[in-house]
Design a protein around this ligand. Structure first.
Ligand SMILES: [Zn+2]
Length: 423
């Protein structure tokens, strides 16, 4: 990092009471540490965190070891949120709001250290995609990622990040976004897959050249399909990198130059439970302490060693949200990835959504003009073979259901009345 950029990041730290600079520096070296060495550092941190949790929170006061802790989720925490707040944390609490699988917001707090780790992880993920601190970044995201207060404005300004909200995306807005990204000499686009993919379609359909200053695109928050990756790369002419995170669990993962998804294991301890869900403990949040937090994501880890030389463990695949399961009348369950595979070889299908309740299932498809009726029959038959419902329906180019977090949902379970669906 250039001297001037280091000073700028240190200034950001000073204003916010953060330690992003030091944390990033630590990550940069810890990612190459032998797994054993890093493991020892983490276990030591975990012991300290457990001891702190036990003496300073009511929830953990009754447990005598980390091993005996049950798995946590939003529902358990929401029964008594203050029980997880440490009474020995005296610094500023940073309020976080995330959307649950149901789309209803979940509020928790993080410490200054937790917030510093979050940003350091983000910068590390951009760096491995070619970013240098100080370069222009475009945030293409919904409310969960884009904060609007004055303090945030100053912060984003110093970080050299421009924000592009995705709540409404008409062709006029897309044109404006692309031209602003070009004018501002943006090097990294970071944001939601579907929104960036919309931008990609806009470029391709209108034969518009992508901004030449772009180095890479980093996608986050939604499942990144191979199809979307290829489409975005084709439109923008740069590589796409995936980024995965569950901040409550302290988990952040980034794609390296060899396109392996590495978990920043400096920040968390984690395991995969019997159902395949990723469970994590944020070692950096000593304010609102969540240990063994269920991310709700079904993830496969890989034991392989990456050619990039990093020893941060690799996520082999993110199978999907455990909420993205469809349950039929016979209680048989299949995951939304069934449909991803089903449509993989059909370039006419741009996006899909499955809406179901106790008796019916409806497949919404966004398709181009090459899509034929025969496909419709084939897909209905494929669903009938695998899932038992009273009625089956397929709708072409109808508007998708959205939840209030604005992320695309592959599956809408209408059996759950609390889901807060809005068009
Ligand atoms: Zn790697």
């Amino acid at each position: 990092m250039k001297q001037i950029d280091a000073l700028r990041l240190k200034l950001i730290d000073k204003i916010g009471g953060l330690t992003i600079y030091d944390t990033l520096k630590r990550y940069r070296s810890e990612q190459y540490l032998p797994a054993k060495e890093l493991g020892a550092i983490r276990l030591n941190k975990l012991d300290q965190l457990f001891a702190l949790a036990r003496k300073s929170t009511s929830y953990y006061s009754t447990f005598s070891s980390f091993d005996e802790l049950p798995v946590l989720n939003k529902k358990i925490i929401n029964q008594d949120p203050p029980a997880f707040l440490s009474n020995s944390y005296r610094d500023k609490l940073i309020k976080k709001c995330t959307s649950g699988s149901s789309g209803t917001p979940f509020i928790y707090y993080t410490s200054l250290q937790g917030q510093s780790n979050l940003w350091a992880g983000l910068l590390l993920s951009w760096e491995s995609a070619g970013y240098r601190f100080g370069e222009k970044v475009a945030f293409v995201a919904g409310n969960a990622l884009i904060k609007k207060s004055m303090k945030h404005l100053v912060f984003y300004n110093l970080m050299n990040i421009d924000r592009y909200p995705v709540a409404v995306m008409t062709n006029d807005i897309l044109r404006n976004y692309v031209e602003t990204i070009r004018k501002k000499k943006t090097t990294i686009i970071y944001g939601y897959v579907m929104a960036i993919n919309n931008m990609a379609d806009y470029l391709l359909n209108n034969n518009i050249k992508a901004p030449s200053t772009l180095k890479a695109i980093v996608c986050t928050s939604e499942m990144l399909s191979e199809k979307a990756r290829t489409n975005i790369e084709k439109a923008f002419g740069v590589k796409v990198y995936n980024q995965y995170g569950c901040n409550e669990a302290g988990i952040a993962a980034f794609e390296c130059e060899y396109h392996k998804l590495h978990i920043i294991s400096s920040r968390s301890v984690f395991e995969i439970n019997d159902e395949g869900n990723l469970i994590g403990t944020d070692l950096a949040n000593e304010a609102d302490i969540f240990m063994k937090y269920d991310t709700g994501d079904i993830v496969e880890l890989s034991g392989e060693q990456c050619s990039c030389g990093r020893h941060y463990p690799i996520i082999k695949s993110i199978v999907g949200r455990s909420a993205d399961m469809i349950t039929d009348r016979t209680n048989k369950k299949i995951h939304s990835t069934f449909f991803t595979h089903l449509f993989q070889r059909n370039p006419s299908i741009k996006q899909f959504q499955v809406v179901y309740d106790e008796s019916s299932i409806k497949l919404l498809l966004m398709v181009d003009e090459q899509f034929s009726r025969q496909h419709q029959t084939d897909y209905i038959n494929a669903i009938k073979t695998n899932l038992d419902f009273e009625s089956y329906d397929i709708r072409i180019n109808e508007k998708f259901y959205t939840k209030n977090n604005l992320k695309h949902s592959f599956i809408i379970d209408k059996r759950q009345p609390s889901q807060e669906i809005a068009f």
